[in-house]
Design a protein around this ligand. Structure first.
Ligand code: SF4
Ligand code: SF4
Length: 277
């Protein structure tokens, strides 16, 4: 029994994240399945308790660039979601909400179990490419007047697919799954996804941040680098003391998944606010 409790404790943030991702999906499903409407709509645009609008600010930006009229309710919904992620961390969307994160986390786990490692076995595109993809999606909306990205956005495809069925959209998800396992570790979320890129821009300024507050205790075991989906964000906070860099994980690409807190045996990391440097 104590073994189970220890195992749960060591994965408490992972368990909470999965509960969050599945609960959000469940709330969306309650309406279509049982006519019990807590959340009406989908991740792009929804209504909470028939009163509070919520809109994806990235989708709104694409719509605005495409020349579509933006309704007041959608703008209020966009402001609500923007403010939420501004407070709790932009890429909290990735680790606590996005259904595709479950697929890409599973791919990373399978890749590890299959022991597919080594530089020769991986293709690692520059992590900045996602910002070019983001810019391209916005440009395409502007020149075409159509939300081009939304027709193939795997996050929306998966979410709508779970709610309403998705036909060949599953092939896109399968491609990402296999791409992450066999070609590029964490290739989609860590290098290419423009949705994650958009939310990272909000996260750069957000209030809730992870802090390597006890970095002097770090024994270089590298466990946090192994579990972090964006390991490049760790080094400045862990090793920047000599250069006067604060222990705050400042990058907007930290997803606030708190895996590093779970895995660190000497309790280097804590959740905190950006002002606690
Ligand atoms: S990077 Fe994209 S696919 Fe991955 S979790 Fe974030 S929004 Fe979802
Ligand atoms: S630094 Fe920690 S909280 Fe941020 S992405 Fe990496 S493991 Fe998750």
């Amino acid at each position: 029994m104590s073994h189970v409790i220890t195992m749960i404790k060591a994965r408490r943030w992972l368990i909470l994240r999965r509960i969050s991702q599945l609960s959000i999906m469940f709330l969306f499903l309650l309406g279509p399945l049982f006519d019990y409407w807590i959340l009406k709509g989908n991740l792009s645009s929804s209504l909470f308790l028939d009163k509070i609008p919520m809109s994806d600010p990235y989708l709104l930006l694409q719509s605005w660039l495409a020349g579509h009229d933006l309704f007041k309710t959608a703008l209020i919904g966009g402001l609500i979601i923007f403010s939420l992620y501004f407070l709790i961390g932009g890429r909290v969307y990735c680790s606590w909400v996005c259904p595709l994160n479950i697929v890409t986390d599973l791919a990373a786990w399978i890749r590890e179990k299959l022991n597919i490692k080594g530089k020769k076995r991986q293709f690692s595109p520059n992590r900045f490419i996602r910002y070019w993809v983001l810019a391209l999606t916005l440009l395409l909306s502007m020149v075409s007047g159509v939300l081009v990205w939304e027709t193939i956005n795997p996050v929306s495809l998966l979410h709508r697919g779970i709610l309403f069925g998705m036909g060949i959209g599953w092939l896109v998800i399968l491609f990402i799954f296999l791409f992450d396992i066999f070609i590029s570790p964490r290739g989609w979320c860590g290098h290419l996804c423009p949705v994650g890129a958009f939310y990272s821009l909000i996260g750069f300024f957000s209030l809730v941040k992870v802090n390597a507050v006890n970095r002097q205790q770090c024994d270089d075991c590298m466990d946090c680098y192994a579990v972090c989906p964006e390991p490049q964000v760790l080094k400045p906070a862990l090793k920047g003391e000599k250069n006067g860099i604060t222990p705050l994980i400042a990058s907007g690409n930290c997803t606030n998944c708190f895996r590093c807190i779970d895995v660190c045996s000497v309790n280097v990391f804590k959740m905190g606010l950006r002002f606690n440097k």
